[in-house]
Design a protein around this ligand. Structure first.
Ligand SMILES: Cc1cc2nc3c(=O)[nH]c(=O)nc-3n(C[C@H](O)[C@H](O)[C@H](O)COP(=O)(O)OP(=O)(O)OC[C@H]3O[C@@H](n4cnc5c(N)ncnc54)[C@H](O)[C@@H]3O)c2cc1C
Length: 538
Protein backbone atom coordinates (compact mmCIF):
# COMPACT_ATOMS: atom_id res chain seq x y z
CA UNK A 1 0.00 0.00 0.00
CA UNK A 2 1.46 3.32 -1.07
CA UNK A 3 1.08 6.32 1.13
CA UNK A 4 -0.60 9.19 -0.62
CA UNK A 5 1.29 12.32 0.14
CA UNK A 6 -0.32 15.11 -1.69
CA UNK A 7 0.41 18.73 -1.61
CA UNK A 8 -2.35 20.57 -3.30
CA UNK A 9 -2.05 24.20 -4.06
CA UNK A 10 -5.54 25.59 -4.10
CA UNK A 11 -6.92 29.05 -4.53
CA UNK A 12 -10.12 27.94 -2.85
CA UNK A 13 -11.00 24.61 -1.37
CA UNK A 14 -13.60 23.04 -3.62
CA UNK A 15 -16.29 20.84 -2.08
CA UNK A 16 -15.04 17.29 -1.71
CA UNK A 17 -11.38 18.22 -1.89
CA UNK A 18 -10.84 16.83 1.56
CA UNK A 19 -12.26 13.40 0.75
CA UNK A 20 -9.94 10.44 0.59
CA UNK A 21 -8.71 9.92 -3.01
CA UNK A 22 -9.78 6.76 -4.80
CA UNK A 23 -7.24 3.98 -4.65
CA UNK A 24 -5.72 5.66 -1.62
CA UNK A 25 -4.81 3.96 1.61
CA UNK A 26 -7.19 1.29 2.92
CA UNK A 27 -6.92 2.70 6.41
CA UNK A 28 -8.36 5.86 7.76
CA UNK A 29 -6.48 9.00 6.95
CA UNK A 30 -6.28 12.38 8.51
CA UNK A 31 -5.60 15.55 6.65
CA UNK A 32 -3.18 18.06 7.97
CA UNK A 33 -4.23 21.32 6.52
CA UNK A 34 -2.22 24.43 6.72
CA UNK A 35 -3.63 27.69 5.52
CA UNK A 36 -1.14 30.30 4.65
CA UNK A 37 -1.80 33.71 3.32
CA UNK A 38 0.70 34.51 0.65
CA UNK A 39 1.15 37.78 -1.07
CA UNK A 40 0.99 36.74 -4.72
CA UNK A 41 1.19 40.29 -5.83
CA UNK A 42 1.32 43.56 -4.00
CA UNK A 43 -2.41 44.05 -4.61
CA UNK A 44 -3.88 40.57 -3.94
CA UNK A 45 -3.70 37.90 -1.32
CA UNK A 46 -4.34 34.24 -2.15
CA UNK A 47 -5.12 31.43 0.25
CA UNK A 48 -2.84 28.47 -0.32
CA UNK A 49 -3.79 25.20 1.31
CA UNK A 50 -1.29 22.40 1.67
CA UNK A 51 -2.83 19.03 2.43
CA UNK A 52 -0.76 16.09 3.46
CA UNK A 53 -2.54 12.75 3.69
CA UNK A 54 -1.27 10.74 6.61
CA UNK A 55 -1.99 7.06 6.94
CA UNK A 56 -3.12 5.93 10.36
CA UNK A 57 -2.41 2.65 12.09
CA UNK A 58 -3.02 1.68 15.68
CA UNK A 59 0.51 0.34 15.99
CA UNK A 60 3.50 1.01 13.76
CA UNK A 61 6.48 -1.32 14.18
CA UNK A 62 9.87 -0.06 13.01
CA UNK A 63 11.76 -3.09 11.71
CA UNK A 64 10.57 -6.41 10.35
CA UNK A 65 13.28 -8.71 11.73
CA UNK A 66 12.32 -11.63 14.00
CA UNK A 67 11.09 -9.39 16.82
CA UNK A 68 9.03 -7.05 14.64
CA UNK A 69 7.50 -9.94 12.73
CA UNK A 70 6.52 -11.82 15.89
CA UNK A 71 5.03 -8.68 17.40
CA UNK A 72 3.04 -7.93 14.25
CA UNK A 73 1.61 -11.45 14.28
CA UNK A 74 0.64 -11.17 17.94
CA UNK A 75 -1.07 -7.81 17.43
CA UNK A 76 -2.88 -8.96 14.31
CA UNK A 77 -4.19 -12.02 16.17
CA UNK A 78 -5.70 -9.63 18.71
CA UNK A 79 -7.40 -7.62 15.95
CA UNK A 80 -5.07 -4.61 16.10
CA UNK A 81 -4.44 -2.57 12.93
CA UNK A 82 -0.66 -2.94 12.72
CA UNK A 83 1.94 -1.92 10.16
CA UNK A 84 5.62 -2.82 9.79
CA UNK A 85 8.08 -0.35 8.29
CA UNK A 86 11.11 -2.33 7.09
CA UNK A 87 14.21 -0.91 5.49
CA UNK A 88 14.90 -4.08 3.48
CA UNK A 89 13.07 -4.55 0.17
CA UNK A 90 12.31 -8.18 1.05
CA UNK A 91 12.92 -10.66 3.86
CA UNK A 92 16.26 -11.85 2.40
CA UNK A 93 19.04 -11.63 4.95
CA UNK A 94 22.69 -11.16 4.10
CA UNK A 95 24.41 -13.96 6.04
CA UNK A 96 23.04 -16.58 8.34
CA UNK A 97 23.32 -14.86 11.79
CA UNK A 98 21.39 -16.79 14.46
CA UNK A 99 21.67 -20.56 14.24
CA UNK A 100 18.67 -21.79 16.13
CA UNK A 101 15.82 -21.65 18.58
CA UNK A 102 15.88 -22.53 22.24
CA UNK A 103 13.22 -24.65 23.89
CA UNK A 104 11.08 -21.81 25.26
CA UNK A 105 11.01 -19.99 21.92
CA UNK A 106 9.76 -23.15 20.22
CA UNK A 107 7.18 -23.43 22.97
CA UNK A 108 5.86 -19.91 22.36
CA UNK A 109 5.59 -20.73 18.66
CA UNK A 110 3.79 -23.92 19.66
CA UNK A 111 1.39 -21.80 21.73
CA UNK A 112 0.38 -20.18 18.41
CA UNK A 113 0.20 -23.49 16.55
CA UNK A 114 3.13 -22.72 14.26
CA UNK A 115 6.04 -24.64 15.84
CA UNK A 116 5.80 -27.43 13.26
CA UNK A 117 6.57 -24.98 10.46
CA UNK A 118 9.98 -24.39 12.04
CA UNK A 119 10.60 -27.93 13.24
CA UNK A 120 10.01 -29.32 9.74
CA UNK A 121 12.71 -27.04 8.28
CA UNK A 122 15.45 -27.50 10.90
CA UNK A 123 17.04 -30.16 12.98
CA UNK A 124 15.64 -30.76 16.44
CA UNK A 125 18.59 -31.03 18.79
CA UNK A 126 19.87 -29.85 22.14
CA UNK A 127 21.30 -26.41 21.48
CA UNK A 128 21.63 -25.06 25.00
CA UNK A 129 25.18 -24.44 26.11
CA UNK A 130 27.30 -22.15 28.21
CA UNK A 131 30.47 -20.93 26.51
CA UNK A 132 30.38 -24.07 24.32
CA UNK A 133 29.82 -26.35 27.33
CA UNK A 134 26.72 -28.36 26.38
CA UNK A 135 23.81 -28.45 28.79
CA UNK A 136 21.78 -31.62 28.68
CA UNK A 137 18.05 -30.86 28.80
CA UNK A 138 16.82 -34.37 28.04
CA UNK A 139 15.10 -34.70 31.45
CA UNK A 140 13.42 -31.27 31.26
CA UNK A 141 9.59 -31.43 31.24
CA UNK A 142 9.07 -29.93 27.76
CA UNK A 143 8.18 -31.27 24.34
CA UNK A 144 10.99 -29.27 22.72
CA UNK A 145 14.71 -29.51 23.37
CA UNK A 146 15.94 -26.97 20.78
CA UNK A 147 16.25 -26.51 17.03
CA UNK A 148 19.13 -25.84 14.64
CA UNK A 149 17.79 -23.48 11.96
CA UNK A 150 19.41 -20.42 10.40
CA UNK A 151 17.93 -17.00 10.97
CA UNK A 152 17.10 -16.40 7.31
CA UNK A 153 14.84 -19.49 7.43
CA UNK A 154 13.34 -18.39 10.76
CA UNK A 155 12.53 -14.97 9.31
CA UNK A 156 11.09 -16.46 6.11
CA UNK A 157 8.73 -18.72 8.08
CA UNK A 158 7.72 -15.90 10.43
CA UNK A 159 7.09 -13.57 7.49
CA UNK A 160 4.90 -16.21 5.81
CA UNK A 161 2.87 -16.50 9.01
CA UNK A 162 2.52 -12.73 9.31
CA UNK A 163 1.44 -12.68 5.65
CA UNK A 164 -1.59 -14.77 6.60
CA UNK A 165 -2.82 -11.92 8.81
CA UNK A 166 -3.97 -8.40 7.99
CA UNK A 167 -0.63 -6.66 8.57
CA UNK A 168 0.40 -3.68 6.43
CA UNK A 169 3.99 -3.65 5.19
CA UNK A 170 5.97 -0.59 4.14
CA UNK A 171 9.07 -2.18 2.65
CA UNK A 172 12.15 -0.49 1.29
CA UNK A 173 11.61 2.47 3.63
CA UNK A 174 13.08 3.31 6.99
CA UNK A 175 11.71 5.08 10.02
CA UNK A 176 13.66 8.34 9.99
CA UNK A 177 12.22 9.94 13.11
CA UNK A 178 9.05 10.59 15.06
CA UNK A 179 7.21 13.09 17.22
CA UNK A 180 4.88 11.93 19.95
CA UNK A 181 2.06 13.86 21.59
CA UNK A 182 -0.65 13.01 24.09
CA UNK A 183 -2.72 11.08 21.55
CA UNK A 184 -0.29 9.42 19.23
CA UNK A 185 2.95 9.40 17.31
CA UNK A 186 3.77 10.89 13.90
CA UNK A 187 6.28 8.55 12.32
CA UNK A 188 8.44 10.06 9.58
CA UNK A 189 9.59 7.66 6.85
CA UNK A 190 12.71 7.98 4.73
CA UNK A 191 10.65 8.62 1.58
CA UNK A 192 9.08 11.71 3.11
CA UNK A 193 5.78 10.08 4.04
CA UNK A 194 4.29 10.21 7.52
CA UNK A 195 2.35 7.56 9.41
CA UNK A 196 0.21 8.38 12.42
CA UNK A 197 0.19 5.66 15.09
CA UNK A 198 -1.37 5.29 18.50
CA UNK A 199 1.84 3.47 19.51
CA UNK A 200 5.24 3.06 17.86
CA UNK A 201 7.41 0.05 18.68
CA UNK A 202 11.10 0.12 17.82
CA UNK A 203 12.13 -3.35 16.68
CA UNK A 204 14.78 -1.78 14.49
CA UNK A 205 17.85 -3.57 15.79
CA UNK A 206 20.87 -2.60 17.83
CA UNK A 207 21.34 0.79 16.20
CA UNK A 208 17.68 1.61 16.70
CA UNK A 209 16.67 5.01 15.39
CA UNK A 210 13.57 4.79 17.57
CA UNK A 211 15.62 4.30 20.74
CA UNK A 212 17.98 7.13 19.84
CA UNK A 213 15.19 9.55 18.87
CA UNK A 214 13.32 8.71 22.06
CA UNK A 215 16.46 9.73 23.96
CA UNK A 216 16.50 6.46 25.88
CA UNK A 217 19.89 5.71 27.47
CA UNK A 218 21.71 2.59 26.37
CA UNK A 219 24.22 1.91 29.12
CA UNK A 220 26.48 -1.12 29.25
CA UNK A 221 29.92 -2.39 28.39
CA UNK A 222 32.14 -1.45 25.45
CA UNK A 223 33.51 -4.27 23.28
CA UNK A 224 36.52 -6.16 24.64
CA UNK A 225 36.76 -8.39 21.55
CA UNK A 226 35.61 -8.13 17.96
CA UNK A 227 35.04 -10.98 15.54
CA UNK A 228 34.92 -11.35 11.79
CA UNK A 229 32.14 -13.50 10.42
CA UNK A 230 32.03 -14.63 6.82
CA UNK A 231 30.50 -17.08 4.41
CA UNK A 232 33.16 -18.00 1.89
CA UNK A 233 34.67 -20.53 -0.49
CA UNK A 234 38.12 -21.93 0.21
CA UNK A 235 40.62 -23.57 -2.13
CA UNK A 236 41.96 -25.83 0.60
CA UNK A 237 40.11 -27.94 3.13
CA UNK A 238 40.13 -25.75 6.25
CA UNK A 239 40.54 -26.87 9.86
CA UNK A 240 36.86 -27.58 10.53
CA UNK A 241 35.52 -27.08 14.04
CA UNK A 242 36.48 -24.90 16.98
CA UNK A 243 39.93 -23.57 17.76
CA UNK A 244 40.44 -21.68 20.94
CA UNK A 245 42.86 -18.77 20.80
CA UNK A 246 44.12 -16.51 23.58
CA UNK A 247 41.36 -13.97 22.89
CA UNK A 248 38.46 -16.35 22.24
CA UNK A 249 36.97 -19.09 20.14
CA UNK A 250 37.44 -19.36 16.34
CA UNK A 251 35.21 -21.61 14.28
CA UNK A 252 34.96 -22.93 10.73
CA UNK A 253 31.81 -24.85 9.82
CA UNK A 254 30.21 -26.19 6.65
CA UNK A 255 27.20 -24.36 5.28
CA UNK A 256 24.14 -26.22 4.05
CA UNK A 257 25.29 -26.36 0.41
CA UNK A 258 28.37 -28.40 1.50
CA UNK A 259 30.70 -26.16 -0.55
CA UNK A 260 30.94 -22.94 1.38
CA UNK A 261 32.15 -22.39 4.92
CA UNK A 262 31.00 -20.10 7.72
CA UNK A 263 34.02 -18.66 9.47
CA UNK A 264 34.09 -16.84 12.81
CA UNK A 265 37.44 -15.38 13.78
CA UNK A 266 38.62 -13.37 16.74
CA UNK A 267 40.37 -10.24 15.53
CA UNK A 268 43.84 -9.47 16.87
CA UNK A 269 42.65 -6.02 18.00
CA UNK A 270 39.15 -4.73 18.74
CA UNK A 271 37.87 -3.22 15.51
CA UNK A 272 34.69 -1.37 14.59
CA UNK A 273 32.59 -0.95 11.45
CA UNK A 274 30.53 -3.68 9.85
CA UNK A 275 32.22 -3.68 6.45
CA UNK A 276 35.56 -5.47 6.89
CA UNK A 277 37.53 -6.42 3.76
CA UNK A 278 38.63 -9.75 2.37
CA UNK A 279 42.18 -8.68 3.27
CA UNK A 280 41.08 -8.35 6.93
CA UNK A 281 39.68 -11.86 6.76
CA UNK A 282 42.86 -13.29 5.21
CA UNK A 283 44.97 -11.61 7.86
CA UNK A 284 42.81 -12.97 10.69
CA UNK A 285 42.87 -16.50 9.22
CA UNK A 286 46.65 -16.42 8.95
CA UNK A 287 47.03 -15.15 12.49
CA UNK A 288 44.94 -18.05 13.87
CA UNK A 289 45.68 -20.93 11.45
CA UNK A 290 48.95 -19.86 9.79
CA UNK A 291 47.23 -19.94 6.38
CA UNK A 292 44.21 -18.34 4.72
CA UNK A 293 43.11 -21.66 3.12
CA UNK A 294 42.80 -19.85 -0.23
CA UNK A 295 39.73 -18.01 0.99
CA UNK A 296 37.72 -16.31 -1.75
CA UNK A 297 34.31 -15.22 -2.96
CA UNK A 298 32.69 -14.10 0.30
CA UNK A 299 28.90 -13.97 0.07
CA UNK A 300 28.78 -12.39 3.50
CA UNK A 301 31.51 -10.62 5.42
CA UNK A 302 30.70 -8.77 8.59
CA UNK A 303 31.88 -8.03 12.09
CA UNK A 304 30.33 -8.32 15.52
CA UNK A 305 31.61 -7.77 19.02
CA UNK A 306 30.90 -8.58 22.64
CA UNK A 307 29.60 -5.07 23.35
CA UNK A 308 26.73 -5.40 25.83
CA UNK A 309 24.17 -2.64 26.27
CA UNK A 310 20.58 -2.43 27.41
CA UNK A 311 17.97 0.29 27.11
CA UNK A 312 17.41 1.94 30.48
CA UNK A 313 13.66 2.03 29.77
CA UNK A 314 11.66 -0.13 27.39
CA UNK A 315 8.95 2.50 27.13
CA UNK A 316 8.71 6.24 26.80
CA UNK A 317 4.98 7.08 26.82
CA UNK A 318 3.72 5.92 23.37
CA UNK A 319 7.02 4.52 22.19
CA UNK A 320 8.29 1.07 23.11
CA UNK A 321 11.40 -0.96 22.35
CA UNK A 322 11.81 -4.69 21.80
CA UNK A 323 14.49 -7.13 20.66
CA UNK A 324 17.95 -5.88 19.72
CA UNK A 325 16.67 -2.31 19.85
CA UNK A 326 16.39 -2.85 23.61
CA UNK A 327 19.44 -5.05 24.22
CA UNK A 328 22.64 -6.00 22.39
CA UNK A 329 25.31 -8.45 23.47
CA UNK A 330 27.66 -11.10 22.15
CA UNK A 331 26.00 -14.04 20.37
CA UNK A 332 27.55 -16.40 22.96
CA UNK A 333 24.83 -18.78 24.08
CA UNK A 334 22.57 -17.86 21.14
CA UNK A 335 20.14 -15.65 23.04
CA UNK A 336 19.42 -12.47 21.03
CA UNK A 337 16.81 -13.65 18.57
CA UNK A 338 15.22 -15.87 21.18
CA UNK A 339 14.70 -13.18 23.79
CA UNK A 340 13.58 -10.74 21.08
CA UNK A 341 10.79 -13.09 20.01
CA UNK A 342 9.83 -13.55 23.64
CA UNK A 343 9.82 -9.78 24.22
CA UNK A 344 7.33 -9.58 21.36
CA UNK A 345 5.10 -12.27 22.86
CA UNK A 346 5.15 -10.52 26.24
CA UNK A 347 4.34 -7.12 24.74
CA UNK A 348 1.87 -8.10 22.01
CA UNK A 349 -1.21 -8.98 24.05
CA UNK A 350 -0.64 -6.16 26.53
CA UNK A 351 -0.36 -3.55 23.82
CA UNK A 352 -3.38 -5.02 22.07
CA UNK A 353 -5.49 -4.72 25.23
CA UNK A 354 -4.43 -1.12 25.74
CA UNK A 355 -5.11 -0.23 22.11
CA UNK A 356 -8.46 -2.03 22.21
CA UNK A 357 -9.40 -0.13 25.36
CA UNK A 358 -9.85 -3.15 27.61
CA UNK A 359 -6.87 -2.36 29.84
CA UNK A 360 -5.42 0.90 31.12
CA UNK A 361 -2.10 2.15 29.79
CA UNK A 362 -0.42 1.17 33.05
CA UNK A 363 -0.50 -2.47 31.87
CA UNK A 364 2.38 -1.52 29.57
CA UNK A 365 4.60 -0.86 32.59
CA UNK A 366 4.60 -4.59 33.28
CA UNK A 367 6.39 -5.10 29.94
CA UNK A 368 9.54 -3.33 31.15
CA UNK A 369 9.17 -4.79 34.64
CA UNK A 370 9.04 -8.34 33.29
CA UNK A 371 11.36 -8.26 30.30
CA UNK A 372 14.14 -5.88 31.39
CA UNK A 373 15.46 -8.30 34.06
CA UNK A 374 15.49 -11.16 31.54
CA UNK A 375 17.79 -9.31 29.12
CA UNK A 376 19.89 -7.92 32.00
CA UNK A 377 20.56 -11.49 33.04
CA UNK A 378 21.44 -12.48 29.46
CA UNK A 379 23.92 -9.59 29.24
CA UNK A 380 25.73 -10.71 32.39
CA UNK A 381 25.85 -14.28 31.14
CA UNK A 382 27.36 -13.21 27.80
CA UNK A 383 30.09 -11.31 29.67
CA UNK A 384 30.86 -14.45 31.65
CA UNK A 385 30.84 -16.65 28.54
CA UNK A 386 33.19 -14.34 26.66
CA UNK A 387 35.58 -14.37 29.60
CA UNK A 388 35.41 -18.14 29.78
CA UNK A 389 35.99 -18.48 26.03
CA UNK A 390 39.58 -17.26 26.18
CA UNK A 391 42.26 -19.84 25.55
CA UNK A 392 45.05 -18.92 27.96
CA UNK A 393 46.13 -21.49 30.55
CA UNK A 394 44.41 -19.83 33.46
CA UNK A 395 41.09 -19.59 31.66
CA UNK A 396 41.47 -23.20 30.47
CA UNK A 397 41.89 -24.26 34.10
CA UNK A 398 38.76 -22.33 35.04
CA UNK A 399 36.86 -23.89 32.13
CA UNK A 400 37.71 -27.37 33.35
CA UNK A 401 36.13 -26.52 36.69
CA UNK A 402 33.04 -24.92 35.13
CA UNK A 403 32.65 -27.88 32.76
CA UNK A 404 32.69 -30.25 35.71
CA UNK A 405 30.19 -28.09 37.60
CA UNK A 406 27.83 -27.91 34.64
CA UNK A 407 27.62 -31.69 34.60
CA UNK A 408 26.35 -31.75 38.19
CA UNK A 409 22.61 -31.92 38.41
CA UNK A 410 21.95 -28.64 40.23
CA UNK A 411 24.10 -26.32 38.06
CA UNK A 412 23.11 -28.16 34.85
CA UNK A 413 19.42 -27.68 35.58
CA UNK A 414 19.86 -24.09 36.72
CA UNK A 415 21.86 -22.97 33.69
CA UNK A 416 19.94 -25.26 31.32
CA UNK A 417 16.77 -23.53 32.52
CA UNK A 418 18.26 -20.08 31.93
CA UNK A 419 19.82 -20.74 28.52
CA UNK A 420 16.73 -22.52 27.20
CA UNK A 421 14.42 -19.80 28.56
CA UNK A 422 12.34 -22.46 30.32
CA UNK A 423 12.98 -21.07 33.78
CA UNK A 424 11.53 -17.59 33.12
CA UNK A 425 9.68 -16.40 36.19
CA UNK A 426 7.84 -13.09 36.23
CA UNK A 427 7.41 -11.72 39.72
CA UNK A 428 3.64 -11.80 40.23
CA UNK A 429 3.91 -12.08 43.99
CA UNK A 430 4.14 -14.94 46.42
CA UNK A 431 2.10 -18.10 46.05
CA UNK A 432 1.99 -21.38 44.18
CA UNK A 433 5.18 -22.07 42.16
CA UNK A 434 3.17 -21.90 38.92
CA UNK A 435 2.41 -18.21 39.48
CA UNK A 436 4.39 -16.13 36.96
CA UNK A 437 5.84 -19.22 35.28
CA UNK A 438 4.97 -20.79 31.95
CA UNK A 439 2.06 -23.20 32.03
CA UNK A 440 3.27 -26.72 31.17
CA UNK A 441 2.01 -28.20 27.91
CA UNK A 442 0.10 -31.01 29.58
CA UNK A 443 -2.36 -33.34 27.89
CA UNK A 444 -5.89 -32.34 28.82
CA UNK A 445 -9.12 -34.29 28.72
CA UNK A 446 -11.85 -31.79 27.84
CA UNK A 447 -15.55 -32.18 27.10
CA UNK A 448 -14.61 -32.05 23.41
CA UNK A 449 -11.93 -34.70 23.74
CA UNK A 450 -8.19 -34.69 24.29
CA UNK A 451 -6.28 -31.43 23.77
CA UNK A 452 -2.84 -30.13 24.51
CA UNK A 453 -2.62 -27.18 26.90
CA UNK A 454 -0.80 -25.02 24.34
CA UNK A 455 -3.60 -25.53 21.81
CA UNK A 456 -5.82 -23.41 24.08
CA UNK A 457 -3.50 -20.46 23.38
CA UNK A 458 -3.53 -20.56 19.57
CA UNK A 459 -5.83 -17.54 19.34
CA UNK A 460 -3.64 -15.57 21.82
CA UNK A 461 -6.59 -15.13 24.20
CA UNK A 462 -6.46 -15.60 27.97
CA UNK A 463 -7.70 -18.91 29.36
CA UNK A 464 -9.40 -19.72 32.64
CA UNK A 465 -8.89 -23.43 33.04
CA UNK A 466 -11.00 -25.32 35.58
CA UNK A 467 -9.32 -28.52 36.67
CA UNK A 468 -11.49 -29.81 39.50
CA UNK A 469 -14.92 -31.39 39.57
CA UNK A 470 -16.48 -28.32 41.15
CA UNK A 471 -18.12 -25.55 39.12
CA UNK A 472 -16.17 -23.14 36.96
CA UNK A 473 -14.90 -20.09 38.82
CA UNK A 474 -17.16 -17.11 38.37
CA UNK A 475 -15.68 -14.87 35.70
CA UNK A 476 -18.87 -13.94 33.84
CA UNK A 477 -17.96 -10.24 33.71
CA UNK A 478 -14.82 -11.10 31.70
CA UNK A 479 -16.62 -13.56 29.41
CA UNK A 480 -16.02 -11.28 26.42
CA UNK A 481 -12.24 -11.48 26.94
CA UNK A 482 -11.35 -14.89 28.28
CA UNK A 483 -11.95 -18.47 27.24
CA UNK A 484 -13.30 -20.73 29.97
CA UNK A 485 -12.36 -24.36 29.64
CA UNK A 486 -13.03 -27.32 31.94
CA UNK A 487 -10.56 -30.17 31.74
CA UNK A 488 -8.99 -33.04 33.57
CA UNK A 489 -5.24 -33.63 33.80
CA UNK A 490 -4.06 -37.14 34.56
CA UNK A 491 -0.32 -36.41 34.46
CA UNK A 492 1.60 -34.80 37.29
CA UNK A 493 2.51 -31.13 37.21
CA UNK A 494 6.23 -30.56 36.84
CA UNK A 495 8.19 -27.38 36.21
CA UNK A 496 11.65 -27.08 34.65
CA UNK A 497 14.40 -26.65 37.26
CA UNK A 498 11.85 -26.72 40.14
CA UNK A 499 10.45 -30.22 39.68
CA UNK A 500 6.98 -31.56 40.66
CA UNK A 501 4.46 -29.07 42.07
CA UNK A 502 1.02 -29.49 43.63
CA UNK A 503 -1.76 -29.85 41.07
CA UNK A 504 -3.89 -26.66 40.96
CA UNK A 505 -7.70 -26.73 40.89
CA UNK A 506 -7.79 -23.91 38.32
CA UNK A 507 -5.33 -21.66 36.48
CA UNK A 508 -5.68 -18.32 34.74
CA UNK A 509 -3.29 -18.27 31.80
CA UNK A 510 -2.17 -15.11 30.01
CA UNK A 511 -1.98 -15.12 26.20
CA UNK A 512 1.82 -15.41 26.44
CA UNK A 513 1.45 -18.69 28.32
CA UNK A 514 2.40 -17.42 31.81
CA UNK A 515 0.18 -18.21 34.77
CA UNK A 516 -1.55 -15.14 36.21
CA UNK A 517 -3.48 -16.85 39.01
CA UNK A 518 -3.55 -20.31 40.57
CA UNK A 519 -6.65 -21.79 42.16
CA UNK A 520 -6.00 -23.98 45.17
CA UNK A 521 -9.55 -24.93 46.06
CA UNK A 522 -10.90 -21.38 46.35
CA UNK A 523 -11.42 -18.38 44.08
CA UNK A 524 -9.39 -16.13 46.32
CA UNK A 525 -7.55 -13.48 44.30
CA UNK A 526 -9.19 -14.40 41.00
CA UNK A 527 -11.13 -11.16 40.49
CA UNK A 528 -8.04 -9.09 41.28
CA UNK A 529 -5.95 -11.09 38.83
CA UNK A 530 -8.63 -10.83 36.12
CA UNK A 531 -8.85 -7.08 36.65
CA UNK A 532 -5.16 -6.36 36.74
CA UNK A 533 -4.32 -8.47 33.67
CA UNK A 534 -7.44 -8.28 31.55
CA UNK A 535 -9.08 -5.02 32.55
CA UNK A 536 -12.00 -4.05 34.79
CA UNK A 537 -15.19 -6.15 34.72
CA UNK A 538 -17.58 -5.42 31.85
C1 LIG B 1 26.97 -13.67 14.15
C2 LIG B 1 25.70 -13.65 14.91
C3 LIG B 1 25.22 -14.83 15.43
C4 LIG B 1 24.05 -14.83 16.17
N1 LIG B 1 23.60 -16.01 16.67
C5 LIG B 1 22.47 -16.02 17.39
C6 LIG B 1 21.93 -17.25 17.86
O1 LIG B 1 22.47 -18.32 17.63
N2 LIG B 1 20.76 -17.20 18.56
C7 LIG B 1 20.13 -16.03 18.79
O2 LIG B 1 19.07 -16.05 19.44
N3 LIG B 1 20.59 -14.86 18.33
C8 LIG B 1 21.75 -14.82 17.64
N4 LIG B 1 22.20 -13.65 17.15
C9 LIG B 1 21.46 -12.41 17.43
C10 LIG B 1 20.30 -12.23 16.48
O3 LIG B 1 20.75 -12.22 15.15
C11 LIG B 1 19.60 -10.94 16.83
O4 LIG B 1 19.43 -10.88 18.21
C12 LIG B 1 18.24 -10.83 16.15
O5 LIG B 1 18.38 -10.67 14.77
C13 LIG B 1 17.45 -9.65 16.72
O6 LIG B 1 16.24 -9.53 16.04
P1 LIG B 1 15.51 -8.12 15.95
O7 LIG B 1 14.32 -8.34 15.10
O8 LIG B 1 15.33 -7.58 17.31
O9 LIG B 1 16.56 -7.17 15.24
P2 LIG B 1 17.17 -7.29 13.78
O10 LIG B 1 17.30 -8.71 13.38
O11 LIG B 1 18.39 -6.45 13.78
O12 LIG B 1 16.06 -6.67 12.87
C14 LIG B 1 15.88 -5.28 12.79
C15 LIG B 1 15.18 -4.98 11.49
O13 LIG B 1 14.91 -3.62 11.43
C16 LIG B 1 15.27 -3.10 10.16
N5 LIG B 1 15.58 -1.70 10.39
C17 LIG B 1 16.67 -1.17 10.99
N6 LIG B 1 16.55 0.15 11.11
C18 LIG B 1 15.35 0.47 10.57
C19 LIG B 1 14.64 1.69 10.43
N7 LIG B 1 15.13 2.85 10.88
N8 LIG B 1 13.44 1.65 9.83
C20 LIG B 1 12.91 0.48 9.39
N9 LIG B 1 13.55 -0.68 9.49
C21 LIG B 1 14.74 -0.70 10.10
C22 LIG B 1 16.41 -3.97 9.70
O14 LIG B 1 16.51 -3.99 8.29
C23 LIG B 1 16.02 -5.32 10.27
O15 LIG B 1 15.24 -6.08 9.39
C24 LIG B 1 23.37 -13.62 16.39
C25 LIG B 1 23.84 -12.44 15.85
C26 LIG B 1 24.99 -12.45 15.12
C27 LIG B 1 25.51 -11.17 14.53
Amino acid sequence: MEIAREVLMLERVPAGALEQPEGGPRLSTSLICQTTRLAASPRSCRTVMCMTTITRHEVVIAGGGPTGLMLAGELALAGVDVAIVERRENQELAGSRAGGLHARTIEVLDQRGIADRFLSQGQAMQVAGFSFISLDLSDFPTRHCGLALWQNEIERILADWVGEHPVSFYRGRAVAGFEQDANGVDVALSDGATLRATYLVGCDGGRSVVRKRAGIDFPGWEASTSYLIAEVEMDEDPAWGLRRGPRGVNAVGKLGDGKRARVVLVEPEVATGDEPSLADLREALISVYGTDFGVRNPTWLSRFSDMARQAAAYRDRRVLLAGDAAHVHSPAGGQGLNIGVQDAVNLGWKLAQVVNGTSPESLLDSYHAERHPIAARVLRLTLAQTALGRGDDRTEALRDIVTELMQMDGPRKRYGGIMSGLDVHYDLGAGHPLLGRRVPDLDLITEDGPRRMFSLLHAARPVLLQLSESTLPDAAEWADRIQRVAARVDASWELPVIGPVAAPTAVLIRPDGYVAWVGEGTEQGLREALTSWFGPPA
